[in-house]
Design a binder for this molecule. Structure first.
Ligand code: C2O
Ligand code: CU
Length: 482
């Protein structure tokens, strides 16, 4: 796929575009880091002319979820999780969307590098879709992988009520797994009446890590069972759509390796148990069924003192031959070992204070985001397109903040100043209480992209801002603070 990645020639062009004032003390270092990014991921989409059309309607509906009791939810096409959209890389996704909810809504394509006006973030020029209205989303994904979609307005309520679905972009030639399985993990806060507690953005949620439910589900069920045959080797795609809960799945001794994080393949697969799957994150796990007779409980161990069962894997039946192939990898993930030596381009201080419509505001550099519709008037953080940008997320609070960037993938460089070698890109990173996480990013897609905490209550209460990428967005190289 050389032709669609950043080639050396394109790199030369990018380098020549660098404004001279961006050359800090050590231009060579930044050029070396940029050179490592060459061919890391495609710059442009490569449409093959095939258009895949889907109709999606959001509406209120009653469904037998959890343990089969009727639950009033908001759903895409009457199902929770919503429809699984599956396309091949190169195909164009066209979604004719209709809003039958009592509120305006949008669809955001989490992790997908879409044209800026297809990103589902309501702005003055592209407002949210009103009740009864329709909108056509159309884009050609640039990356293969596991993505998901959800509303991007009042999302702490709309996602919690059941609006989410998975978008899978398959490789042109997918690896020969026995099966491809999706697990959407979530939690629900139900009241005495067995229905969704209709109080959203409560003071409690805001003062803590968002809304954590009292029922944990996989694909909408509290008792998900995955039946495998001995010898099967599956690709298990796990998506965390919860408002606030972090999961750390333990695979109970099964051979389970992570081959992709947030959609993109990793440079080197690694043991899956213990990975912190924060809201927004996805992992693709290369999992071997092993021999017959086993019933393995897959547990969430994020809260070490209180492990919870997520699902069960049962291995039974006639054995199949295990497909033999090297796990898929992305050899071009940059190491960026010297990345943290580049001066910090922008530091984002994450904190809370009293005030605002909910009594508590979550802030980035002292600013609580004033709602999407006024986004156009918001002064974002300029990033330098096609250049290595060193960003710092400094958590001054005692809560968790999974920080998500739209429109680009980044790599973690350090945690609390200590180098970490994550051999993969991310679109969401969990920043722990009082922790500082440094990341490197080379933005290639032009536009105004959101950066926000994916604990949806924190986002709703202000922890959002914009990243401005590209000449049209007034990027000022050398800018250090928001
Ligand atoms: Cu999944 Cu801006 O969000
Ligand atoms: Cu947060």
């Amino acid at each position: 796929m050389k032709h669609e990645a950043i080639t050396r020639a394109a790199l030369a062009v990018l380098l020549s575009l660098l404004p001279s004032c961006a050359t800090k003390q050590e231009p060579l270092l930044e050029q070396r880091l940029l050179a490592e990014f060459v061919e890391a991921y495609p710059t442009a989409s490569n449409p093959n002319g095939i258009v895949r059309s889907f109709d999606i309607t959001a509406a209120e509906v009653e469904l037998p979820l959890l343990d089969g009791k009727p639950l009033r939810v908001w759903a895409y096409n009457g199902q929770v999780p919503g429809p699984e959209l599956r396309v091949r890389l190169g195909e164009t996704v066209r979604v004719r969307f209709t809003n039958r909810l009592p509120q305006p809504t949008t669809i955001h394509w989490h992790g997908v590098r879409v044209p800026n006006d297809m990103d589902g973030v309501p702005t003055q020029s592209r407002p949210a879709i009103k009740p009864g209205e329709s909108f056509v989303y159309e884009f050609t994904p640039k990356d293969a992988g596991t993505f998901w979609f959800h509303p991007h307005i009042r999302s702490s309520e709309q996602v919690e009520r059941g609006l989410f679905g998975v978008l899978i972009v398959e490789d042109p030639a997918p690896p020969a797994y026995s099966r491809d399985v999706v697990w959407v993990v979530d939690d629900w806060l139900l009241g005495q009446d067995g229905q969704i507690v209709p109080a959203f953005n409560t003071r409690h949620d805001l003062a803590h890590d968002g809304r954590w439910g009292n029922h944990v589900t996989v694909n909408g069920r509290t008792n998900e069972v995955l039946a495998l045959r001995p010898g099967e080797r599956i690709r298990l795609r796990i998506v965390n759509v919860a408002n606030g809960r972090v999961f750390a799945p333990d695979f109970g001794g099964l051979a389970a390796k992570i081959v992709a994080v947030d959609g993109l393949y990793v440079r080197t697969p690694f043991d899956a148990s213990g990975f912190e799957l924060a809201p927004g994150n996805r992992i693709d796990v290369d999992l071997m069924a092993g021999s017959a007779g086993a019933a393995i409980s897959i547990e969430d161990r994020f809260l070490r003192s209180r492990p919870r069962r997520l699902a069960e894997i049962r291995v039974a039946g006639d054995p199949v031959e295990t497909p033999r192939f090297e796990p898929p990898t992305r050899r071009t993930v940059p190491a960026w070992t010297a990345g943290s030596e580049v001066p910090v381009h922008a530091e984002l201080a994450l904190d809370a204070r009293r005030g605002g419509p909910f009594g508590i505001e979550w802030t980035i550099n002292g600013v609580a985001f004033q709602g999407h519709e006024s986004a156009t008037g918001h002064t974002g953080i300029p990033l330098v397109q096609g250049q290595f940008n060193h960003l710092r997320f400094a958590n001054h609070s005692a809560r968790l903040h999974p920080i998500h960037l739209h429109g680009m993938f980044f790599r973690v460089l350090t945690r609390n100043g200590r180098a970490v070698d994550e051999p993969f890109f991310r679109d969401t990173v969990l920043v722990h209480p009082r922790e500082t996480v440094d990341v490197g990013v080379v933005p290639v897609d032009e536009g105004s992209w959101m950066l926000h905490c994916h604990i949806l209550e924190h986002a709703e209460a202000g922890m959002m801002t914009m990243l401005e990428v590209g000449s049209a967005h007034g990027a000022t190289p050398g800018h250090t603070k928001h």
